[in-house]
Write a protein that binds this ligand. Structure first.
Ligand SMILES: [Zn+2]
Length: 276
């Protein structure tokens, strides 16, 4: 029998690695994904997903939130200073819709009346995804350079979509590239370069893909949010999203329906438990 081992790439070690944004090699600093301002702090416990050769299960807990060493100090500070407050405000404003009020939202099939900063919020989550997934910089170097330089005109390259939805519950999960195929019931795919499920928000950075579960669930297309100027801090969510679905991670809804493929070389994977 094989010894139990962590599933996914270990992104918490202090070995020298390349920063997921600027590409410089150093001992990388801790990035919380999503930012601590969204509640990803001391009260959130992290659980490694462990495999013993036959099955995957959650390993022991440690407190301190979901974080990786994915960015150098300079890139980490840039994100923290400029975007994290806006991200925390957005998550806080949406939190009621991930709780008891979510049923109202589903019935009305509408977007919550929330004012926020789409440019700052999307940069915060893109920074976190680049911390999570070093593979992104290799695949889309221009985007990483634009984010690292904090350019006004950041654009997602053709073939890359940022999607967002609401989620609820006490389980969080963040990971790099995952490709999953539904093998029972419906025929559909879940294919992402990075994902952040941390109630009340779920984000996926993905290619436009045939038969995507994100399309069926009508995730909001937030690809262009990054084009909003940093000064636009009071945009009404209802004006840029006609409805925001409330979703759960495919693996958490019907785990037996899906076959997952990811690489221990490029995919970090963290699960967490939010405080009650
Ligand atoms: Zn850097």
């Amino acid at each position: 029998m094989r010894a139990a081992r962590n599933l996914g790439l270990d992104m918490r070690s202090r070995q020298l690695r390349r920063c997921g944004l600027c590409g410089n090699t150093s001992i990388l600093t801790r990035s919380h994904v999503p930012p601590q301002t969204a509640g990803n702090d001391a009260g959130v416990s992290r659980m490694a997903i462990v495999e013993d050769g036959k099955r995957a299960f959650l390993g022991r807990r440690s407190d301190g939130g979901l974080w990786v060493r994915g960015l150098c100090g300079d890139c980490n500070n840039l994100g923290g200073r400029r975007y994290d407050t806006a991200y925390g405000d957005f998550a806080k404003a949406l939190r009621p819709y991930g709780g008891a009020a979510r049923h109202l939202l589903v019935e009305r099939n509408s977007a919550p009346a929330v004012l926020f900063a789409p440019g700052l919020v999307s940069r915060a989550i893109l920074h976190g995804m680049h911390a999570l997934s070093p593979h992104l910089r290799e695949k889309f170097p221009i985007l990483a350079d634009q984010l690292a330089a904090d350019e006004e005109a950041v654009r997602l390259p053709p073939g890359l979509r940022l999607r967002v939805a609401l989620t609820y519950g006490l389980t969080a999960r963040v990971s790099g590239a995952v490709h999953a195929q539904r093998v029972l019931d419906l025929r559909e795919t879940y294919y992402v370069f990075a994902e952040v499920f941390f109630p009340p928000l779920a984000w996926a950075l993905c290619p436009p893909h045939h038969e995507s579960i994100l399309d069926r669930e009508r995730w909001v297309d937030a690809t262009d949010w990054v084009r909003y100027s940093r000064e636009r801090t009071s945009v009404d969510l209802r004006n840029i999203a006609s409805g925001v679905p409330i979703v759960q991670h495919p693996l958490h809804q019907n785990p037996d329906d899906w076959v997952y493929m990811f690489s221990d070389k490029i995919t970090p994977l963290l699960e967490g438990r939010l405080p009650h």
